[in-house]
Design a protein around this ligand. Sequence first.
Ligand code: ASP
Length: 440
Amino acid sequence: MGLKVCKFGGTSMASGHIILSAASIIESDAERRYVVVSAPGKRFSGDIKVTDLLYKCSDEFEAGDIAAFKETFEKIRVRFMNIEAEIGKDLNIKAGLDEAENEILSGAGRDYCASRGEFLAAKIMAAVLGVPFVDATEFVRFKADGGLDEKTFELGAEVLAKYPRAVIPGFYGLGVDGKVKTFSRGGGDISGSIVARSVMASLYENWTDVSGFYACDPRIVNSPKCMPEISYQELRELSYMGANVLHSESIFPVRSAGIPIRICNTFRPEDAGTYIVKSAKRKVSDNIVTGIAGKKGFTAITLEKSLMNAEVGFVGKVLSVIEKHGISFEHLPSGIDSMSLVIDNEFLKDGILQTLLEEFTAAVQPDRLYTHENIALVATVGHGMTKNVGTSARLFKAISEAGINVNMIDQGSSELDIIVGVENEDCADCIRAIYKEFFN
Ligand code: ASP
């Protein structure tokens, strides 16, 4: 018999009624033994996620505005008490809320505060299913640099071996200081992957509100193709570039163990979903492209210098400038006598861009130094692109026929993706043009 780990995201935990549907999905398959949950998410557009309310509480507490904190915490209280009422059982939620409020007010910290949505949601799911609650702090460990500590998996195997079934809160673990520490937003997907790897599951099911991984954002193209199977690497590239079905780091724990991920829809459990596997099986007739995703808000800084190619250490000097400021770059397209650094605008606020330009000038004396702001990056991803002659010709023809100017081109050496830089305002049109070329 196989062993499945199921992770239910925020929309699958948004109300008592939906939690009951999630519970019946779990109970319909005896192999679904370990369950990881997110905090209650949005019930309707315009609703506020519990995690967002908790971050607001933390900001208000830090600002010393206790009246505002109490008001926001009351909203969280009402959400959870409504969930309990809809489930129709006494789940002892009031005590959990009181304890969380007291701990936050006695300075437990921002990450502790943000983690309480998952903590309480897991308590609820455990009570509904009648299975043990196991806190993520018992085995999810972070290193001093904030990365996941490898001993997490061994510890997870040891702790979870004591429980044939369990519910575990997602999104957090324990930092080196012995305090609760959270992943980045959406990190419940990583927690699910950690549990799957710890118990060596045969499948990691990620239950969400869509029926799988779409070839592009349905808000940009109407009813895009839902891919039956994609590879870990394709998922990583597309989710990093803005496809937000799964956290881009969630493949790492399961990938080395070859555990497949299935994306499933809590609201349409009968749908096949998308399988994310080591190498997706593709027939010649299948799509060349697996997906297209775009991300706005980048700046390209270009340095030109005659004989740059012969100047030993040129790139190293440029990179040491950004390293000094703790900045990472997205892409580094280069020519014989020019190179560009494509950097997320988030890193360039508060005069940092100007400082970088001055430091580049001092470090390498370029002949020309200029920037191109407001760039969007559009990635076209697919293992099929490597084998098909003429793919890039089709891609660039489609973009040019849509009247879109390309500022930058970067093809990864793995040939898995082609990334183009376009103006922010052309991002959606560029995705539409590429989709039309490869999917219609
Ligand atoms: N609740 C967290 C968030 O909203 C983590 C998650 O849902 O995965 O980011």
